[in-house]
Design a protein. Structure first.
Length: 160
């Protein structure tokens, strides 16, 4: 496994999954600032982020404007094609069936997610919705990703 060290000898090297999940968390925090459910995503190809996204369902009044959809669309536009077999989708929450299904059509090579979603995650409902060649890794920065969403909904309940 390749690890990233950005020149600071005192800073430990981090794995690509850690590094890119932190980038997805930046997107989730941006969603939180915009009063959206704090889920963020990035698409990475050959060590480079080629697509970013966070939830925009409230701003766009569009239930399909999930973080994954934003990042996948941006990545396909960047690549100039609709298939992303050499790319990895990093997302802070386990994708729902809609987003996992979209990943099938994009033929994404790998999905890495943070927190598991016991209610709406594709793994609980239908794991075969992703492309057969897609590799899945879950639980990267799980506590931090999960806490963002929990705190968001807790604050929403307090406002009512």
């Amino acid at each position: 496994m390749q690890y990233y060290n950005f020149g600071d000898d005192e800073q430990p090297a981090v794995s690509p999954d850690d590094f890119f999940m932190n980038e997805a968390l930046k997107e989730a925090r941006q969603a939180l600032k915009e009063d959206e459910i704090p889920i963020g995503a990035v698409v990475v190809c050959k060590g480079k982020i080629i697509g970013r996204g966070h939830n925009l369902t409230e701003r766009l009044n569009d239930v399909s404007a999930h973080a994954e959809m934003q990042a996948l669309t941006a990545a396909a536009n960047y690549m100039g094609g609709k298939y992303l077999p050499d790319c990895t989708l990093y997302v802070t929450l386990e994708p729902c069936v809609m987003c996992a299904g979209a990943s099938y059509w994009f033929q994404i090579g790998r999905i890495v997610f943070g927190a598991y979603d016991a209610r709406m995650g594709f793994g609980r409902l239908n794991q075969s919705v992703t492309h057969p060649k897609t590799l899945i890794t879950g639980g990267i920065h799980e506590n931090e990703c999960s806490q963002l969403v929990k705190d968001f909904f807790k604050s929403k309940r307090k406002r009512k």
